[in-house]
Design a protein around this ligand. Sequence first.
Ligand SMILES: [Zn+2]
Length: 102
Amino acid sequence: MLPSPIPTTTLTVQPSPPPSPAPREHGDGGGLGLLLILAVAIYAIGYAISIHLHPLRTCRACNGTGLQRGGIFTGSMRICHRCGGTRRETRPGARTPDRRHR
Ligand SMILES: [Zn+2]
């Protein structure tokens, strides 16, 4: 076999590598995690309040029209199955607005 010397064009035109930065002291990542948990908790509380005040939102399947148009015959339409034509849907996590007698 011929020892075909593959021209390795490894032009390592690297400037002198910067000196390694100061090693971060890892192992104490509790500060960021705590902050994240706090942010999630605040978001959850805000979401819960929002859900309580506004349990409904615009139906995303029909964009609040209550109808879904046909794909081929654009003039055709049907009642949105998701919202049943009410043009609104219950937000995730919210209780159903219809309060039946218990
Ligand atoms: Zn809908």
